[in-house]
Design a binder for this molecule. Structure first.
Ligand SMILES: C[S@@+](CC[C@H](N)C(=O)[O-])C[C@H]1O[C@@H](n2cnc3c(N)ncnc32)[C@H](O)[C@@H]1O
Length: 512
């Protein structure tokens, strides 16, 4: 059917699907249509027809619009552009903000019904809550982290939706102002293939250039060729000065200069191997937790000594009264209000009657300790809690960030390995402390998975607070928890990614 790719078809769009697309049918076959929304008729271009059960298409013209359609918040991603030139990352930007949340709610409820067989009012009545301030800002200006790409002409921009083609854009309306100003959108960049622009936690932003790994035919690394002269002007007249990783740190972009020069640049591929996992002291970093027996105080944990990070590569974020140190490319919630929102939600949703500060509480996939910190602020700093995180730099920061929490420990380990070791040879008293525990479970997009859920069922903690960034992965894990005798006790959802299809959920599960 590949001969159909590129042809235009008229489609009636009926439902929203997971992944930022809507569903239509063509001769009985499901077609996932981008840049459309339920209730409208569109002319769409077929972009993929090689799958047996569904095809994909991109709307190119609206024939009968939905009442919820709006002009796209980002002209660079608008339906007026050819699909190949539409910037990715704002796939709901053509939908009225409140209706985006309704569509996200539908996807969440549908996932819970389909995969977790959850038909209770708890699921049906969930709403997707806005982050404070987002309605007033029309859902713009929230992204504290942006990844841009560089093509072989030195042009910087996001990838086009569903592709690896760089699109030149004049602005980044979803980004916070410092991040948008610091992004080198009007410059040519050579010797880097990816650029991260990250809020510095204050009023500025940092620009991190990543050198390509590739070696060209002459055996010269692409990074070694940095510093070519300015490229020719390109469409839109934004052919500005060239920058290369070697030269970048000493200069700011024209845009950042306008904003008071608050952007710092650093080269993400420094020779200390800072971003190269191969060079990280993984061996030394793993296993830094008690393999069995009662948890030890932080001082007695056989710990690794991470190489001291270079100055300037860490940033500090603040949530309420608590400060969190993190690596500039380490994980942190993307929306500027997300850490605050999740902190408050966790503090409210955990069941206090089941919370035991002396139990063997766990913060699984703990990052730099954000959610363990939330519990300490709610239940007191004498709290016993262990943060488990696979990135040793994040663990080191968690240990630092939780230094006032006398019962907190932070370990570097994969959660599945940690849980396997945690129960090996454990004493009856420690087993009981685990069974009284509250567990925070905040896995990456793929979810916790069968093994980790099985291990938690075996530990049988008093309550599990599941923080989920993917509704389908959440629902699949929830199905396993329900089979194992846990039930969802409360559920909330948050719009932490306005103008995209992403939604965050927080559900607390208890036994029986
Ligand atoms: C969604 S983030 C949550 C971080 C933290 N709870 C927060 O809110 O800031 C998931 C974290 O899990 C870590 N991670 C990913 N896979 C892991 C694994 N198998 N075991 C332990 N940590 C993992 C990532 O490095 C990341 O820090």
């Amino acid at each position: 059917m590949s001969e159909l790719v590129g042809t235009n078809v008229e489609l009636e769009v009926t439902n929203v699907a997971h992944g930022g697309v809507a569903v239509a049918r063509l001769d009985g076959r499901v077609v996932f249509v981008a840049d459309s929304l339920p209730g409208e008729t569109v002319l769409a271009r077929i972009s993929s027809a090689d799958h047996k059960s569904f095809w994909r298409a991109e709307a190119i013209e609206v024939i009968e619009p939905s009442a919820h359609r709006r002009p796209h918040v980002w002209e660079s991603a608008s339906i007026d552009r050819d699909p190949d030139r539409r910037a990715g990352g704002a796939e709901f930007g053509h939908i009225e903000l409140g209706w985006q949340r309704e569509l996200k709610r539908q996807v969440l409820v549908d996932s819970l019904q389909r995969f977790a067989k959850l038909d209770t009012p708890l699921a049906a009545e969930v709403i997707v809550e806005a982050v404070e301030g987002d309605d007033a800002a029309n859902g713009l200006g929230w992204r504290t982290r942006v990844s841009l790409h560089v093509d072989d002409q030195g042009i910087v921009g996001p990838y086009a939706a569903r592709s690896h083609r760089v699109v030149a854009v004049p602005d980044l309306p979803l980004a916070t102002q410092p991040v948008e100003y610091a992004a080198p959108l009007d410059e040519r960049v050579f010797g880097a293939d990816r650029i991260d622009v990250i809020s510095d936690g204050k009023r500025g932003a940092r620009v991190v250039l990543h050198r390509p790994e590739a070696v060209d035919h002459a055996g010269e690394s692409a990074a070694g060729r940095g510093g070519r002269g300015p490229g020719k002007g390109r469409e839109g007249g934004r052919g500005g000065a060239a920058i290369s990783p070697g030269a970048a740190s000493s200069r700011g972009s024209g845009r950042s200069a306008k904003s008071g020069g608050n952007a710092a640049r650093s080269n993400g591929a420094d020779s200390d191997g800072y971003f190269s996992d191969d060079n990280a002291p993984r061996k030394a970093a793993s296993g830094g937790y008690p393999p069995n027996g009662p948890a030890q105080s932080r001082a007695s944990i056989p710990s690794y000594t991470p190489a001291p990070p270079k100055p300037g590569k860490q940033i500090v974020e603040r949530v309420g009264e608590r400060e969190f140190r993190l690596e500039e490319l380490g994980f942190w919630q993307v929306h500027h209000g997300a850490a605050r929102t999740l902190t408050a939600a966790l503090q409210q949703q955990l069941l206090p009657e089941l919370f035991d500060p002396a139990a063997a509480n766990l913060d699984l996939y703990g990052g730099v300790g954000l959610l363990a910190g939330a519990l300490a602020d709610r239940f007191g700093t004498k709290l016993r809690i262990e943060s488990v995180e696979s990135d040793w730099r994040a663990t080191a920061n968690a240990e630092f960030n939780l230094r006032d929490v006398t019962g907190a420990t932070a370990v570097t380990a994969r959660v599945d390995r940690y849980l396997a070791d945690r129960v090996r040879g454990v004493t009856a008293a420690e087993r009981a402390a685990l069974a009284r525990a509250s567990v925070i479970l905040d896995p990456p997009r793929a979810g916790a998975g069968k093994q980790v859920v099985g291990q938690l069922l075996d530990l049988a903690p008093a309550q599990i607070a599941y923080v989920a960034c993917d509704p389908v992965a959440f629902a699949r894990d929830l199905a396993l928890f329900r089979e194992g005798g846990y039930e969802l006790r409360n559920l909330r959802a948050f719009d932490l990614f306005p103008h995209t299809h992403h939604v965050e959920a927080l559900g607390v599960l208890t036994r029986g």
